[in-house]
Design a protein around this ligand. Structure first.
Ligand code: NAP
Length: 508
């Protein structure tokens, strides 16, 4: 089974040892990145395996390969030779692996390593992501037969990830390392076992150390949330497709539930550049179910073999699950939104309520349809007013812009305010989309955003005395509906209750 390797990128041996003592339980082996050590510290690397307590890879990564070593090859050879010198008969006191690049050709060093049981990792770092025939490359790198071939590609697209995955069948029964570096390859690090990779590299990101390479996950998260060490070839794979996906709650939610249920399943983030390429990869990896988010809720429709009634009527899909050989598409945003809002208001419908919907994007369509279905009368305000008008006309609602005219209308539609724009979202535009409107304190305000837990709009509403709700409850409710589609049963209530307070639902 694939192993977790913790990259040690401290400036001193002590920093690396301290890091290991804190995170050793989450890792199967460690990589000493000698290139990250201060020059004076590099003199003391020989004793590191003894201090580490787990198998260690000796690596002096050059800057051209994505590392920090800028000296010449002679100096690098000296460091590697120093690390492997005075080999101990007890292999625990020696480096277990040494990582040398494909163009590093020093047979005597390799010979010395082999004699004392140090395995060679022969690596190729494709920082441009231009490698096309990866199996041929791997073949050309195999010299002695016992090396672990490592290919690390800086992927820029989903097609690049597919290209790496297609090499997973090469050297099927031999240890090899296949990694997709960067944002679009993050799931190759979680699904290393499916990619046929001997190990996955990770860092202690919560310690603000520099990651060993772009896209690495936090070692504790990999071990505790993704249960990396339980992932086998048989583990069922689920995940969320979108871009950029940084603030999605779904991986946390589903993996927490899978862990509580002791299900042999993992849920990964799939930031993708092309849905078609990803669907090809999904078939190869045998993915069982997907959540879909911005901007792919419509693009994904063409890959569905069957659509639920709601997907057929509104043309947006946020949930895919497998039925025999086809993908079935559903939309759970609708039911998630209405059940969350009614629960918040402690009501059965919206009859006699006048409601403002801020925004006219994808989710606003679902919100407007549900407000109509629940008997509410609404005003839709949006930056691009023709989009507000298009939706409003479907339900005989009123419409306007996010401006002072909008504010005047809003004061007549202010029993409930539903904020559906992306404004206020962490990392996007952390402002207030309705700063032109003064809350009376009587409004019930729901903001669909949940990162941050309180947007500027919600903060202002709370200060004015309004009841407020963020989008966490909705996203959990819609995820529960997705779970039913994935597994044909509901999540036990005790599991939902056990989620408790977290960074997304904190209201203070
Ligand atoms: P979308 O289709 O991209 O729509 C974005 C909306 O935000 C549009 O109305 C857009 O106005 C408006 N907007 C964006 N930037 C703006 C700005 N600078 N000033 C004013 N308006 C701006 O996205 P979506 O799928 O509807 O999602 C919208 C939000 O809802 C996101 O924050 C998403 O995370 C959240 N959401 C939450 C849940 C949940 O379960 N809690 C579910 C789905 C979505 P224009 O039309 O003028 O561009």
């Amino acid at each position: 089974m694939s192993k977790i390797c913790l990259c040690l990128t401290g400036k001193t041996i002590k920093q690396d040892v301290d890091l290991l003592s804190k995170y050793r339980k989450y890792a199967d082996l460690a990589e000493l990145r000698v290139d990250c050590l201060d020059a004076g510290e590099r003199l003391y690397i020989r004793r590191f395996p003894e201090l580490a307590g787990i198998p260690v890879i000796l690596t002096v990564r050059r800057d051209v390969d994505g590392g920090y070593f800028t000296g010449g090859e002679g100096a690098r050879l000296k460091l590697l030779a120093n690390g492997l010198a005075y080999a101990n008969a007890d292999s625990r006191f020696n480096f277990a692996y040494v990582d040398i690049e494909e163009d590093f050709n020093v047979p005597s060093l390799e010979e010395a390593a082999r004699t004392f049981g140090t395995r060679i990792i022969r690596s190729c770092h494709d920082l441009e992501g231009t490698l096309t025939d990866i199996p041929a490359k791997m073949k050309s790198m195999k010299h002695a037969g016992d090396e672990i071939i490592k290919i690390a590609v800086a992927v820029k697209s989903t097609r690049d990830v597919l290209n790496v995955f297609n090499a997973s069948g090469s050297f099927a029964n031999q240890d090899k390392i296949l990694i997709c570096m960067g944002h679009y390859g993050v799931y190759s690090r979680i699904l290393a076992e499916k990619f046929g990779s001997f190990l996955t590299y990770s860092s202690a990101l919560s310690e603000s150390v520099i990651p060993g390479a772009p896209g690495q996950l936090d070692v504790k998260e990999l071990s505790e949330l993704y249960h990396f060490r339980k992932i086998t070839k048989k583990t069922k794979v689920y995940g969320v497709v979108g871009n950029p996906l940084k603030s999605s709650v779904s991986p946390w939610f589903f993996n927490t539930i899978f862990n509580l249920e002791e299900a042999d399943a993992v849920y990964a983030p799939f930031p993708v550049t092309d849905v078609g390429d990803f669907m090809e990869l999904a078939k190869e990896i045998d993915i069982q179910g997907l959540s879909v988010t911005v901007p792919y809720k419509e693009t994904v429709l063409q890959y569905l073999g069957q659509k639920s009634a709601i997907v057929q009527s509104i043309g947006a899909c946020n949930n895919l699950y497998r039925k025999d050989d086809i993908w079935v598409g559903d939309n759970t945003d609708y039911a998630g939104f209405s059940s969350s809002l009614l629960n918040f208001l402690d009501r059965k419908n919206l009859k006699h309520s006048k409601i403002t919907i801020l925004g006219a994007g994808g989710v606003a369509r679902a919100v407007a349809a549900e407000v109509f279905n629940m008997g509410g009368k609404a005003l839709i305000l949006n930056r691009t007013t023709h989009k507000a008008r298009e939706i409003a006309e479907l339900y005989k609602f009123r419409w306007g812009g996010l401006d002072n005219n909008g504010a005047a209308l809003m004061s007549k539609y202010n029993d409930i305010i539903i904020q559906t724009t992306s404004v206020g979202m962490e990392g996007y535009n952390e402002s207030d989309p309705a700063e032109f409107y003064t809350f009376t304190g009587k409004e019930a305000v729901m903001d669909l955003i949940y990162t941050p837990a309180q947007t500027p709009l919600l903060k202002r509403a709370a200060t004015a005395g309004c009841r407020i709700l963020n989008g966490y409850d909705m996203v959990i409710r819609q995820a529960c509906f997705q779970y039913v589609n994935f597994f044909g049963r509901e999540i036990p209530k005790k599991h939902i209750d056990s989620l408790g307070e977290n960074k997304w639902n904190k209201t203070t």
